[in-house]
Design a protein around this ligand. Structure first.
Ligand code: HEM
Ligand code: HEM
Length: 472
């Protein structure tokens, strides 16, 4: 605890530092697996093969970088919006240790080949149990802080934070119901099509509750903070919030179109996915309308640039996603590289840009130092955006070509291309993706260098955390 308000900002700093470290690991592994696809000799069996490193990449990215950053930013935001110090700073410090233990255990067990074979739910039951404890501790701290709040109104960000806490808990518990057969092996409590349905109900709502509601909480808090003008419509934000939560829960089966899952379940998922455009774009419009008369800040204020680019990629993502959920389009792009293109526009363009904005806002306030170099901030921004665009665009083009080749047939109905022929055609695109990964990695190193220099030798500023909190 530091300041006169008693806000627990040491844990915010701790989570920020560790999430950046895990983010670096995630991107390094992402770059490595991209190179492994083009240079198979970079696979070192048994531990460092593509099959084992891919889940390490996704877990480090989503849980280490994503959730670690959200923990930092939620602690910061909740204390300011409730005008109340964290309920238990001691518990939060324990949470930081447990968080790092869990992510490290995840990396080690996945490298050893312990894997439940469910995407984003790979961790075997002992590690999954630790995740549950971690989440309960985190949720209790935030919820108790909100319960004891001195500010009566719950600003929109707090609604998104609460949804994240409840949503992740429900999803994780249901999809992790397993029957353990040993310390390192368990079987799902569900079978066949039911298992698939539960898995993708979880999988897509992980997109909702980890890659959508937390960045929205952050966006809604930091946009007005950065521009200095309030959000365009709090009411629109709340209506969009409830519709988003209601609609997301029905969309999971859009990952299972053309499978043995009942047809009506697929159609339901398709319909709700399309309806999701409305609440998603309500947030985009709320962001854009909040910029009325403030668009010049896109040039003058780098925080705004990160946030507005971020919400724009969110807007594009939530148009592309619903179109992928339509049966005919899904038949074309599913099982192709189009999908990683979609994923990384969201992960790099939306989620990561918004987190970067949050951290650039926090560091001067928490450490009392001005950002070391604004030039480096801009370099970071453009390299990140260029890397992300090359990644996504190359994968979309690859996906369309791959889909066309996989579908091409001869007059007698046989396939025109063998699978291997379609595979070989992917090489130029995979080279482009590896290059994009290197650009993104450089952007991240620029960010880290700038952060370290800010903390160690940035000019002292008047903007302390307590000063920031009085504007909360
Ligand atoms: C309206 C909102 C959205 C809809 C309807 C939607 C729809 C879809 C669909 C249909 C797929 C499956 C593609 C396939 O395999 O054929 C997919 C995959 C995915 N989407 Fe989205 N999307 C949306 C927003 C987002 C956002 C904001 C993110 C954030 C990063 C995101 C991340 C992902 C991820 C990670 C996958 C890959 C899942 C996997 O197969 O492992 N989506 N999305
Ligand atoms: C620029 C650095 C990155 C590179 C080079 C990279 C590379 C990759 C590669 C090669 C894959 C496997 C694609 C496949 O299965 O065909 C992948 C999957 C994935 N990555 Fe990344 N990644 C990067 C950053 C990130 C970040 C920062 C996040 C999240 C915040 C992320 C989230 C994911 C997810 C969710 C998947 C699974 C996608 C799916 O199943 O369709 N990645 N990444």
């Amino acid at each position: 605890m530091s300041l006169k308000e008693g806000y627990a900002d040491d844990v915010v700093k701790g989570f920020m530092t560790w999430s950046i470290i895990w983010g670096l690991v995630a991107v390094l592994v992402g770059v490595l697996i991209s190179f492994q696809l083009v240079f198979p000799q970079l696979n070192f069996p048994p531990y460092l093969t593509y099959g084992r490193l891919r889940p390490i990449h996704t877990n480090a990215a989503i849980f280490g970088w994503g959730i670690g950053s959200f923990m930092a930013l939620f602690f910061y935001i909740t204390q300011r919006l409730t005008k109340t110090p964290l309920w238990s700073p001691g518990l939060a410090r324990f949470q930081l240790y447990l968080f790092n233990v869990v992510i490290a255990l995840a990396a080690v067990t996945l490298a050893l080949g312990m894997n439940r074979s469910k995407e984003y739910a790979e961790l075997e039951w002992p590690v999954a149990l630790l995740v549950v404890i971690l989440w309960v501790i985190f949720s209790a701290n935030i919820i108790m802080t909100i319960v004891r709040r001195k500010e009566e109104q719950l600003y929109i960000s707090l609604w998104y934070i609460l949804a994240t806490l409840v949503g992740v808990a429900v999803l994780y518990l249901v999809n992790n119901a397993v029957i353990p057969v040993s310390l390192f092996k368990s079987y799902s409590a569900y079978a066949g099509a039911n298992d698939a349905n539960v898995q993708w109900w979880y999988g897509h709502n992980a997109v909702a509750m980890v890659l959508t509601t937390p960045p929205l909480a952050i966006f809604y808090y930091f946009l007005p903070k950065s521009t200095g003008v309030p959000i365009y419509s709090h009411r629109m934000g709340i209506i969009a919030f409830w519709s988003l939560i209601f609609m997301y829960l029905w969309t999971g089966a859009h990952h299972l179109l053309w499978t043995p899952v009942p047809d009506w379940v697929q159609t339901l998922a398709m319909a709700f996915s399309i309806m999701l455009i409305a609440p998603s774009w309500a947030a985009v419009f709320n962001g854009y309308f909040s910029m009325n008369g403030q668009w010049h800040q896109m040039r003058d204020n780098y925080l705004v640039k990160f946030l507005i680019f971020g919400i724009t990629f969110y807007g594009l993502q939530t148009l592309q996603g619903p179109s992928q959920a339509v049966r005919t389009f899904s038949a074309f792009i599913h099982y192709t590289d189009w999908v990683p293109g979609h994923v990384h526009m969201g992960a790099l363009g939306w989620v990561s840009l918004v987190i970067f904005a949050g951290f650039y806002y926090l560091v001067p306030r928490l450490y009392g130092r001005e950002i070391y170099s604004v030039t480096l901030v801009n370099l970071h921004f453009w390299l990140a955006v260029i890397g992300q665009l090359i990644y996504s665009i190359s994968m979309w083009v690859a996906g369309v070509q791959q889909a066309a080749m996989l579908h091409a047939s001869n007059p007698d109905g046989t396939l025109h291309y063998s699978f291997m022929e379609t595979f070989v055609e992917m090489y130029p695109y995979w080279h482009a993706r590896a290059g994009a990964g290197v650009i993104y990695l450089i952007s991240l190193l620029v960010f880290i260098y700038n952060m370290v220099k800010t903390v160690t030798s940035g000019k002292p500023t008047q903007l302390t955390a307590s000063a920031a909190s009085t504007n909360a």
